[in-house]
Design a protein around this ligand. Structure first.
Ligand code: HEC
Ligand code: HEC
Length: 273
């Protein structure tokens, strides 16, 4: 093995952990276990909030999501199971985070140049709306197709991102999530989201930090935490660098992972550490 490979292994304390999909019930904090037993999932608050925005948040032109997509998301049932995918109206492959942003700026009258609105979208509306829309596909099988040339291009890019070793430590997604899957890093077991089809439980509620995350949040954070986004890494400038929202590389790797999760049954919001 190359010296670098050994170094990488040195960072990670050995220890067998089953490739965790969602979290084993026994591992949950007690108060959460009790809530779940009462049928109360902490992530449901976000679904409810998203449902509220969906019906009541009006754009400057007076439209709501329901104006076009129907009461109770009638026309979006099953949509999340097929995303990310190519959309003709925006001529791009979009994940849920980008798709909703485009609907708000293209169809509801919000100004795409308005930085304040973008910030508000990213911080306030995005996660609840994405979680609500995703929940409309609960119980359905993931069915992402790679057909349109732009989907093919993004899929190839996603695969490349997954396997490319980059950043200060020359990690790659695959390095942690395939080669080292099952081991531990910073006391966390490393899952294999490709083999385990774990896209099925995203967006997920992270009980360690009391936050709901979409897959973009998860992937962007993995990029940041391990400095993957950079080929050359400058310690002063780039200590913590997260790719921007909607970055092509992020959506591409989501497409790659979700395609690998085809057949997995959607169950959101998930529950992760
Ligand atoms: C004025 C009409 C309009 C409004 C309002 C609107 N959208 Fe859309 N939406 C569209 C169109 C058009 C598409 C593209 C449909 C296609 O190509 O299949 C779309 C696509 C989508 C998709 C992907 C559907 C699929 O089948 O893959 C989602 C999810 C979505 N919108 C969510 C929302 C949400 C959430 C809101 C409110 C924040 C919203 N939209 C507001 C018109 C609208
Ligand atoms: C240095 C190791 C490391 C690298 C590199 C890394 N991750 Fe992660 N990843 C983690 C850890 C740690 C977790 C959290 C595991 C947990 O919650 O128990 C995680 C979680 C995830 C999850 C959630 C899995 C699940 O079971 O729900 C996905 C998806 C993911 N990473 C994707 C990626 C992608 C895509 C890349 C490359 C851009 C990447 N990761 C790079 C360490 C890494």
């Amino acid at each position: 093995m190359k010296k670098k490979g050994l170094l990488v292994l040195g960072v990670i304390a050995g220890g067998a952990v089953a490739g965790t999909l969602a979290v084993a019930k026994e591992k949950l904090p007690e108060h959460l276990r009790e809530l779940l037993e009462l049928g109360m999932h902490p992530g449901h608050v976000f679904v409810d909030e998203g449902r509220d925005y969906y019906h009541n948040l009006k754009g400057p032109n007076g439209k709501t999501c329901a104006t076009c997509h129907g009461q109770d998301g009638a026309k979006l049932v099953g949509a999340y199971a097929k995303m990310p995918r190519y959309y003709k109206d925006i001529d791009a492959v979009a994940d849920i985070d980008l798709r909703i942003y485009k609907c708000m700026t293209k169809y509801m009258g919000f100004d795409p140049k308005d930085k304040k609105f973008k910030k508000k979208y990213l911080k306030t509306y995005r996660v609840p709306l994405a979680t609500y829309v995703a929940s409309l596909s609960n119980g359905m099988k993931i069915d992402v197709k790679i057909q349109h040339p732009k989907e093919k291009e993004m899929y190839e890019l996603g695969k490349k991102v997954w396997f490319t070793r980059a950043g200060a430590r020359e990690f790659s997604c695959a390095m942690c999530h395939m080669v080292l899957a099952g081991r531990r890093i910073r006391l966390q077991g490393l899952p294999n989201p490709v083999k385990a089809k774990s896209y099925n439980h995203w967006p997920a509620y992270r009980f360690g930090s009391d936050k709901m995350w979409t897959m973009e949040d998860r992937v962007r954070t993995c990029f940041r935490a391990y400095f993957l986004f950079l080929n050359k890494w400058d310690e002063k400038k780039d200590w913590v660098k997260t790719p921007p929202f909607f970055a092509k590389e992020v959506i591409a790797v989501e497409l790659y992972m979700k395609h690998a999760s085809n057949g997995g049954v959607i169950e959101v919001p998930g529950l992760v550490r």
